[in-house]
Design a protein around this ligand. Structure first.
Ligand code: E4P
Length: 227
């Protein structure tokens, strides 16, 4: 499973990229607005930090204007992925941009019917928002399962399923068990994924025992090396 970071913070992308575990980034207008940073500059900096796709979301509402914004984003860097909302205009923009070789992430997906149309429009990614479905009493992971079932029936549909609106490490685990191609997760959750109290406790014990042993590791020693 690929992991994208869902953030508008260049510093958070830089820190996560250092692990070598981040395959891309997603942003959205709310995250950009909260960060106070300039959208196109943020995208350019993130594209330098990661090799994979960096989603830049259009803010236009009509297909023609979305296409114009999408083409503008696409010339910022070769790994820009244009993000469009799952509306009629967004699907038209997706088809046009995809046909011209620009990667598109179709966002704000809340139903399998929407996901089917996005795939037919040539989207590289479909973003089902599982946390927001849970927020209104639904089960977001069911949507992931349904989209996988549909896409699996039609191997010519190459759209990748990008589980979005992730709220916990368990969401990532369940999406991975179902077979989602990507999960995009906020930096805080990325850090939670490798943390476990038993790991910390176990490591403390190992270090205490090692320090009490009186041994020191001599990395320059040649005595154990094969001649
Ligand atoms: C994905 O691309 C979106 O930016 C994001 O996952 C939305 O998550 P939220 O529902 O936590 O705002």
């Amino acid at each position: 499973m690929k992991i994208f970071l869902d953030t508008a913070s260049v510093a958070d992308v830089a820190a996560a990229a250092e692990t070598g575990l981040i395959n891309g980034v997603t942003t959205n207008p709310s995250l950009i607005a909260k960060s106070g940073a300039k959208l196109d500059e943020t995208i350019a900096q993130m594209c330098d930090l990661v090799d994979g796709p960096v989603s830049a979301e259009v803010v236009a509402q009509t297909a023609a204007a979305m296409i114009e914004e999408g083409k503008y984003f696409a010339q910022i860097a070769k790994n820009v992925c244009v993000k469009v909302p799952l509306t009629r205009d967004g699907l038209i923009a997706c088809k046009t941009l995809s046909d011209s070789g620009i990667d598109v992430n179709v966002t704000l997906c809340f139903s399998p019917a929407q996901a089917l149309l996005a795939a037919k429009a040539g989207a590289r990614f479909i973003s089902p928002f599982i946390g927001r479905i849970d927020d209104v009493g639904g089960i977001g992971l069911h949507l992931i399962r349904e989209i996988i079932q549909i896409y699996d029936n039609y191997p010519n549909l190459e759209t990748e399923i990008l589980a979005a609106s992730i709220r916990s490490p368990q969401h990532v685990v369940e999406a991975a068990k179902l077979g989602a191609d990507v999960a995009t997760i906020p930096p805080k959750l990325f850090n939670q994924m490798y943390q476990h109290p038993l790991t910390d406790k176990g490591l403390d014990q190992f270090m205490e025992d090692w320090n009490a042993s009186g041994q020191e590791l001599d990395l320059k020693s040649t005595s154990r090396k094969a001649s």
